[in-house]
Design a protein around this ligand. Structure first.
Ligand SMILES: [Zn+2]
Length: 368
């Protein structure tokens, strides 16, 4: 019996007959196509290329396809990512063909995705400038504990910090977790705490309650978990520790209430594939994955598959790399029987890749 038909058969035992099967081979073809199309797409000014590369590479990792890359392809990708490393620390989002821009500063989300891609490709990390990366990370942190996508200068106007939200805090928390650099963790934790709403979800910034949704709540919970892994002092003025359990229960309740078959991002919204990951992973990090109705979630996810591979945000939408990757990540977390590699819900890469990154970071840290 082929691997695919085994997967299909296992899936049919668990899911009502009218549901579609998990199209593993079609998804492999979809992400292979996306990755091949990437170099010719949006050359030059597109800062999101490393993010799209991350969705494709991490999907192919979860699908167990890394061994199908030729050594030449793998090295080609690794070289491209090293060219994104800024001389002042961190990574940029893309290389510009015409202008030598190694002095351009790094960008926090691109640095997170570049590090994950290097891990997925099993690149030796000797070329990583850890000292400059630490300086870069510290230079992105504002006095209120928030993080900016690029370094903050003394003369930066406050309005330039409109992107300082919990997505940046999440990227910073992963990098801090990997390189264990000294940043102001207490003020970052305090800022996350100020984003909390009375319902238990988290807004993207303090005081912007209408922005509370699954993605920002994931960023809050994953960051708190990662910060507490490296930090001895997770207490916020003596209050945080005391409230932690009560708060976690409220957040868990808020997250579980978002399941309406699949998951909605916030109350009153329709199901969307990406929230099966953002909220599903939040519930996993909070330690209660058994409370997810994983069969209903899977039914919705499978219904959003394209016959040619990939997932749209819902059954009516065309597939895109973002929703396709997050659907696979969600399935990996809740359905280990469907043949995907297991996922680290905090780093959002396979556990194998997370282990590799931690080992490599430890190895290169002992050298500096
Ligand atoms: Zn979505």
């Amino acid at each position: 019996m082929s691997e695919q038909s085994e997967v299909d058969e296992m899936e049919q035992e668990h899911v009502p007959a009218k549901q579609k099967t998990f199209k593993k081979n079609a998804h492999i073809a979809y992400f292979t196509r996306c990755l091949k199309a990437l170099p010719s797409q949006a050359e030059g000014q597109d800062g999101n290329r490393i993010t799209i590369a991350f969705f494709c590479l991490s999907a192919l990792d979860l699908l167990g396809q890394l061994h199908t890359f030729s050594e030449e392809q793998r090295k080609g990708w690794i070289e491209w990512i090293w060219r994104l490393q800024s001389s002042s620390g961190g990574f940029r989002g893309s290389t510009c063909m015409d202008i030598p821009d190694e002095n351009q500063p790094g960008h926090l989300p691109s640095t997170y995705t570049a590090l994950m891609c290097l891990g997925i490709l099993r690149a030796p990390l000797d070329r990583l400038d850890v000292v400059a990366l630490g300086k870069f990370l510290r230079s992105c942190q504002a006095a209120d504990g928030s993080f900016s996508p690029t370094p903050i200068h003394d003369d930066s106007p406050l309005t330039s910090r409109f992107e300082n939200d919990l997505r940046m805090t999440y990227c910073a928390s992963v990098i801090q977790y990997l390189i264990n650099v000294n940043i102001d963790i207490s003020s970052a934790q305090r800022l996350i705490h100020r984003c909390r709403t009375w319902e238990g979800g988290y807004a993207s910034k303090p005081g912007v309650i209408e922005s509370q949704e699954g993605g920002t709540t994931y960023c809050a919970i994953a960051s708190l978990s990662l910060f507490s892994s490296n930090s001895e002092s997770i207490d916020i003025e003596g209050v945080y520790e005391e409230m932690k359990m009560v708060e976690q229960e409220a957040t868990l309740r808020w997250a579980l209430q978002r399941q309406i078959g699949g998951f909605q991002g916030r109350p009153g919204k329709l199901e969307d594939v990406c929230y099966s990951f953002w909220i599903g992973a939040t519930i996993h990090i909070l330690g209660h994955p058994q409370l997810i109705d994983s069969l209903s979630d899977l039914s919705f996810l499978l219904s959003a598959q394209s016959p040619l591979g990939g997932f749209g945000k819902d059954p009516e939408a065309y597939p895109d790399p973002y929703h396709s990757y997050l659907a696979l990540a969600a399935i990996s977390l809740s359905h280990p029987d469907l043949g995907l590699l297991s996922l680290d819900p905090r780093l959002n890469v396979s556990n194998d890749t997370a282990d590799y990154l931690m080992k490599e970071m430890k190895r290169i840290r002992t050298k500096i």
